[in-house]
Design a protein around this ligand. Structure first.
Ligand SMILES: [Zn+2]
Length: 237
């Protein structure tokens, strides 16, 4: 299977919350988008792994993804082990995406940060031909571009995707994860959810802020690994 974009996230709602608008826009444009979740979110304060799996299935129906797979790493204990990074490198070689979008390496949640490092290491390893031969799977191929998406820790983005055209659909996508959005008991507040439990409202604040930075209603920030090549400067005109 050949992908255009591969999104790599720690938990089964991270991709939707952080880059769901970009994913919808690519899918709408007929691009082949895949998501790899590293865990099933079984350590989550709310909802069981079965709840999360059903919610992910509902979200998938709204995105027309080419692929969604799960590496079944232990939730709360994601670690960039040799085994995990080589499995992820294999996914990259086999799906041959042009662009990888993964969690940022700077994040308060250890799983998010570890997923960011795993993705960067796998991205590099995917281009090593001897490793591909040893693995006996698809030939070596490193995706052309690598971006990080924003979790807890803000960064100055390289670019902001205009998600205004799909904003309502992004909200519907995130509402699929009802177990994560449902009001919990009082002990949830500020304890399990670092910045409050209202994920949709926080998502909108961020989308409006970054949208404003580029003069649109809603935006999703991305950070490129290294400078972006501009072969034809007339693209800027
Ligand atoms: Zn997460």
């Amino acid at each position: 299977m050949k992908l255009d974009v591969l999104v790599i996230a720690a938990h089964p709602d991270d991709a939707e919350i952080c880059v769901g608008g970009s994913i919808l826009r690519w899918c709408d444009a007929g691009r082949a988008v895949g998501i790899v979740d590293l865990t099933r979110g079984e350590l989550g304060t709310r909802g069981s792994a079965a709840d999360r799996a059903a919610e992910t299935a509902a979200a998938n129906l709204q995105m027309r993804l080419a692929l969604r797979t799960n590496l079944e790493q232990p939730d709360g204990r994601v670690t960039p082990t040799v085994e995990a990074r080589e499995r992820l490198a294999r996914v990259m070689r086999e799906t041959a995406p042009e662009v990888v979008i993964a969690q940022h390496t700077d994040d308060l949640h250890p799983d998010h940060a570890a997923t960011g490092w795993l993705a960067r290491q796998a991205w590099y390893l995917a281009g090593l031909s001897r490793l591909a031969e040893l693995d006996g799977s698809a030939p070596a191929r490193r995706p052309k571009r690598f971006f990080s998406f924003m979790g807890h820790v803000p960064f100055e983005p390289t670019l902001v995707v205009d998600i205004g055209p799909v904003w309502e659909r992004k909200c519907e996508l995130v509402r699929c994860y009802a177990s994560q959005l449902a009001p919990g008991n009082d002990s949830d507040r500020g304890q399990h959810f670092l910045f409050g439990a209202d994920i949709l409202s926080r998502m909108e604040t961020r989308a409006r802020f970054f949208g404003e930075r580029i003069g649109v209603r809603f935006g999703e920030p991305l950070l490129a690994l290294g400078p972006l090549a501009l072969g034809d400067p007339s693209i800027l005109l």
